[in-house]
Design a protein around this ligand. Structure first.
Ligand code: SF4
Length: 163
């Protein structure tokens, strides 16, 4: 896994003040992608255990509400992403938000394992013709903000509360 940036205090991606990670690599190639550079799996810095430890520790600050993981495509990062979200939840109870270009219903086995540790999933590809700048936390109106805990419990997609 590689990443392009870490934001220590992000107020744009998710609820409250968050620690954000932008991983690289995505093969969905949405027209109008917000950052085409991040589609390249070779772009950015190699992820390792030391960075992982430092990243998780950033969440220790009391004013941090949680973690946000964006891309690129977080759900194409396999076991390293599974380890990361699992370790975040072992260390503390702060929320994890994640953005994926895949639809919740189409996730494969490892992707489903990853989202078990996620609280809120913004799903679906960016569709330029459905772009709406008034939307919070998503770029186009086809994308959903899903409450994963409630969705898994009720076995049907339940939206996170609308702001
Ligand atoms: S899923 Fe996201 S990162 Fe991937 S091409 Fe679409 S907008 Fe870009």
């Amino acid at each position: 896994m590689r990443y392009a940036q870490i934001r220590k205090q992000d107020i744009s991606n998710g609820e409250g003040i968050r620690v954000s990670l932008f991983v690289t690599g995505c093969n969905l190639k949405c027209a109008g992608c917000f950052n085409e550079k991040y589609q390249d799996f070779n772009y950015g810095i190699k992820w390792d255990y030391k960075i992982e430890e430092e990243f998780i520790k950033l969440g220790d600050n009391n004013f941090i509400d949680g973690f946000s993981i964006l891309g690129g495509e977080p759900l194409l990062q396999g076991k390293e992403m599974l380890d990361l979200v699992r370790k975040i939840k072992i260390k503390n109870d702060k929320t994890i938000w994640m953005w994926t270009g895949y639809k919740f219903e189409k996730l494969n086995s490892i992707q489903r394992q990853i989202i078990k540790y996620v609280d809120v999933l913004v799903d679906g590809p960016y569709i330029e013709t459905l772009k709406d700048s008034n939307l919070m936390f998503r770029g186009s109106s086809n994308q959903r903000i899903i409450d994963i805990k409630k969705t898994l419990k009720n076995k049907k997609v339940i939206d996170w509360r609308v702001l």
